[in-house]
Design a protein around this ligand. Structure first.
Ligand code: NDP
Ligand code: MG
Length: 386
């Protein structure tokens, strides 16, 4: 029987690569639901190609345009964020691939878990914001959450088949687009420079998060929730070539690494077919052609976001939700040239210093913390650039 997918964020980088896997394996996968934020043209095209049952466009003002584009097809059309959370629970969905970006991913993940659907999770913000809420819920509902993020997929693959608990998780970090720039040069970095990631071609938000290392900080938080590891047992090491996707160290000193050319199709496909692996026509890594793999320490002064994320993890409650909300606003402002690169970390620090704190948040508390963080981040950016 085919595995029927709801792909949330199908028009994005991860969403499109998930559809590549479906295209390569039509006998294994069917598409039930596709969703987009505003790109209704591509969404309509995908829905027709993959014969989807339903589509959702988050931006309600584009509902009519999408309906018209699909008028000749028996595809149900919905609009709005609430509809995204609703469609995942339909009986025709086996697996929810959450490839949404940002806070918008949290509620659909919760809805998928509540409906008992397997979750293939790219949207790391789900766990950054609400890991303390989401993981116990998944445990309670016995729903597997399989990571798509390459580092977490690597750790997941390294842990597979191990009976002993590991001692340490080691997340690798390319260093992002600005790793070769001196600290003093960051203040005048442009969006174009920060968007030029050396290894991965990804959506704009995560590419900027990679340049600030907010992304790596988020991945530490994500690892904490996925694997139940305290922050002091999660390390980050710079590895510019992005060939080792992450590592796990065991009590006997053994270190397992998962390696391969940087290509998100692999972790996406593994998340869909675990514990099996699909053959893929991908480029193979050649040790002989790439004899040098290097490693280094993170410059914690150049990249304050990493320590801020560890700190949020130790504080718990709504701290990481505040960090995420402030970051989303600051990244959008940076991309819109309304603030400088260093203002991203500045806005996060400011929001965390002013925000209220809830120790054991409900979903509504996360929403309130997110909204407050956005207001604070805007306040900071306006004050700097008034
Ligand atoms: P993209 O920006 O490329 O795609 C985001 C998708 O979400 C698009 O389909 C977009 O629609 C949709 N979307 C955007 N905003 C909203 C909203 N408010 N409500 C509903 N839908 C929305 O992101 P990526 O694919 O790069 O990243 C997706 C997630 O995966 C992120 O959490 C990221 O951190 C994570 N990830 C990504 C990796 C990558 O290689 N790209 C690697 C590891 C993790 P539209 O096209 O209409 O704007
Ligand atoms: Mg990653």
């Amino acid at each position: 029987m085919k595995q029927r997918l709801a792909i949330l964020g199908s028009t994005g980088s991860i969403g499109r690569q998930t559809l590549d896997i479906v295209r390569e394996n039509p006998e294994l996968f069917g598409v039930s639901v596709l969703t987009a934020g505003s790109n209704w043209q591509l969404l309509a095209q995908q829905a027709v190609e993959f014969d989807a049952d339903s589509v959702v466009i988050a931006d309600k003002s584009l509902y009519q345009a999408l309906c018209q584009a699909l008028a000749l097809h028996p595809i149900k059309v919905y609009a709005g964020a609430e509809a995204i959370a609703q469609v995942v629970s339909g009986s025709q969905v086996d697996t929810v691939v959450n490839a949404l970006v940002g806070y918008s991913g949290l509620r659909p993940t919760v809805a998928a878990i509540e409906a008992g659907k397997k979750v293939a999770l790219a949207n790391k913000e789900t766990l950054v914001v609400g890991g303390a809420y989401v993981m116990p819920l998944a445990m309670d509902k016995q729903v597997p959450i399989i990571p798509i993020d390459s580092e977490h997929s690597a750790i997941f693959q390294c842990l597979s088949g191990e009976a002993s608990a590991p001692k340490r998780l080691i997340l690798t970090c390319s260093g992002g687009a600005l790793r070769d720039l001196p600290r003093e040069a960051l203040a005048s970095v442009t969006p174009e420079q920060a968007l030029r990631h050396p290894q991965w071609s990804m959506g704009a938000k995560i590419t900027i998060d990679s340049a600030t290392l907010v992304n790596k900080g988020f991945e530490v938080i994500e690892a904490r929730w996925l694997f139940g590891f305290p922050p002091e047992k999660i390390d980050v090491v710079i590895h510019p070539q992005s060939i080792i996707h992450s590592m796990v160290e065991f009590a006997d000193g053994a270190i397992k690494a998962q390696m391969g050319t940087p290509d998100m199709h692999l972790p996406i496909s593994y998340a869909l077919t675990y514990p099996y692996r699909l053959p893929r026509p991908a480029e193979r890594f050649s040790f002989a052609d790439n004899p040098t793999l290097t490693f280094g320490r993170v410059d914690r002064e150049k990249y304050p976001a990493l320590d801020i994320a560890y700190d949020c993890l130790r504080r718990g409650g709504t701290a990481a939700c505040t960090m995420n909300g402030a970051n989303e606003v600051a990244v959008a402002s940076f991309l819109g040239r309304r603030c400088g690169f260093n203002d991203i970390a500045g806005a996060i620090t400011y929001a965390l210093s002013k925000a209220s704190f809830t120790a054991a948040p409900s979903l509504d508390d996360y929403a309130a913390a997110d909204a407050e963080a956005r207001v604070l981040a805007r306040e900071y950016i306006e004050s700097k650039h008034a």
